[in-house]
Design a protein. Sequence first.
Length: 215
Amino acid sequence: MLDWLKSAMQRDSGSGTLLDAVRYVVLDTELTSLDKRTNRLLSVGAVAMEGAKIKLGEQFYRVVNPGVPVPAESVVIHKLRKEDVEQGESVSACLDGVRTFIGDAVLVGHFVNVDLKILRKELGTEKHKLGNPAIDTARVHHWILRHGPYSEDLALQLEKLDLATVAKFYGVEVQDQHHALSDAFLTAQVWQKMLHALPGKRVRRLKELLRIGAV
């Protein structure tokens, strides 16, 4: 990703692309478990945005059949039953759909590295890797806090970066957490708020955004 950022900065040596002119795809994934050694992709949700406009008609959601047992304790979190998973798509079909939906968009996610790692893990040795630039909303929120007014609980705010807490900070209602599409839409709403706040902090162009939020 750093190589992408370097080349993007070289291509964009002039004024840069305005944030409102960028196509974003906000995504979220659910996994079979949190064990990095054995976890598999279970579902993907994504919502497209044109600048700060959420494109409600451009959504992507797939449940995946990973071909392995799903731990019972994780079902309580993602609420995908055995029969839901058994009727899910194959991993390869899901990944083809994800890449088509994403296209050349800038990816956005809350702790998006988690999503990128599982997607790249599932892609394995396939020729076409997922190399889109990616923005972490948790990282951008951290930057916004550090460049905002001081408050006595600032240190605590800088530590509490989970999606529900960040959404509350921006006045976004939290519903149906740990559903990939719902969490993608929630993140899109949070990202919308951030995009409105960033120009006031002199972040107006993609190259400036990449400096503070790229992973």
